[in-house]
Ligand binder design. Sequence first.
Ligand code: ATP
Ligand code: MG
Ligand code: MG
Length: 551
Amino acid sequence: PKEEKLDFVRQIVADDIANGKNEGQVQTRFPPEPNGYLHIGHAKSICLNFGIAKQFGGKCNLRFDDTNPEKEDTEFVEAIEEDVRWLGFEWDKKLFASDYFDQLYDWAVQLIKEGKAYVCDLTFEEVREYRAGWNKEGKDSPYRDRTPEENLDLFERMKNGEFKDGEKSLRAKIDNSSPNMNLRDPAMYRIRHAHHHRTGDKWCIYPTYDYTHGQSDSLEGITHSLCTLEFENHRPLYDWYIEALGIHHPQQIEFARLNLSHTVMSKRKLLELVQSGLVSGWDDPRMPTIVGMRRRGFTPEALRNFCDRIGITKFNGLTELPMLELCIRDHLNRTANRAMVVLDPLKVVITNYPEGKSEMRQAINNPEDESAGTREMPFGRELFIERKDFMEEASKKYFGLTVGKEVRFKNAFFVKCNDAIKDDDGNIVELHCTYDPETSGGKAPDGRKVKGTLHWVSAEHAIDAEVRLYDVLFTQEKPENVEEGEDWKDNLNPESLKVLTGCKLEPSLAEAKVGDRFQFERMGYFCMDKDSQPGKPVFNRTVTLKDGFAK
Ligand code: ATP
Ligand code: MG
Ligand code: MG
């Protein structure tokens, strides 16, 4: 068999195993900050970290990087766990960076004793001035030469709560002339009198992300620490801490983050959408969050397949939304049962069908999957069809009904339209048609052909439903690219949600449960929404059948 080409991260892992590095072991982690819900970008990182562990016989931890007490919450911890599991992955260990606060403190003391860290009294703004820009040389802090004894005393008093927020910080003593800003005496600890969702009020100093992340990796025996490209110029700092402390050295490897067209992905912006009420919540089906996509009807298989297809590279690019839609269509085509649903109903009366009678017709649940079986649906004198499946005047290319034309009603009969009934304003309210009972098998015994095949629902048996149609949340490919003074939220698509009521479902859908997915024949893929009430179902359109169809 042809050997599958490995992406560059997997190639590094494979080479390391071949060379006996880390005794041939592989340990990865997925390290979210519990300050929001996961989005499809996180799914890429999850698939990579858990995928590599699985492929190479290693293990992957779920580690919460919870060093920002004000923004974090157990609500997010629980949601993240659920999302990772829903995507189909199970972690080896569940860990929290906050569990390492004691160890991180001890290591900070060690660095102070060795003259590699100092307590600084400059304010946040002063520090920024002193560090200067990347094109200017930074200046040393006037507090840089404090003795280890003085620093130990001050650091302990910081921990004991003797100082106010921002009054002092602990900084690593590295190199203020480095072209890499991250090495200009970066902050290790800040004073924050804040309650932490796990450590409560034990601490009033909190370690920075940079000081926490690598040491957490090291403590967990991570072999390959995978992160996105923005962290490339943090790597020298990552390495510096680990080497200064003389502890296990994981290898940081950076890959390109996922950027998806017509969407924003930063948690800060997603939070803004939620808080400003521009979407209904983190799980609004238009959101690129995992909870949103799940509610919309996406499957874990489709998201994993998407992550596979986009691959792992070192180049930042923009992935087009249709690529994601392709993956979901592909999976739902194979797995979703078909149903007949009329979104915009137009009444059809079969004038030669006996009044008060109806009959059951057989329908195939999924032509792609024989094991899905068949179901029955009633056919009777009064039916609904899609309003756009009738035109008064139509070209030869039109496959719907028009007066004098015959089409096939799927799973039923040939039906011919004889008359279109209008109200006083000239709106068509009803079609009068006749059916040919001889065409029960979908073919006419006399061999005559029809071009169109329509879906329909028995009026007597139909279930009324609300159907929500979604379009892109933003009209621009890159909604965040805005001019000075403009707001990225101005790029929101005012037509991203269209709510249809009075849609007509075939009666078998009475059995549907929240989360069930269907292909509504000719209309797209749909998923039953959690807003459904007994007898009042609500469906979300997951995706159209084809690009641009049924918009
Ligand atoms: P955001 O900028 O959206 O807030 P983040 O990177 O701050 O994201 P974290 O919770 O820290 O969010 O992310 C956890 C992991 O997911 C990190 O390793 C991060 O690199 C990865 N990740 C986040 N966004 C993406 C993305 N768009 N593509 C790939 N990986 C991502
Ligand atoms: Mg982060
Ligand atoms: Mg962030």
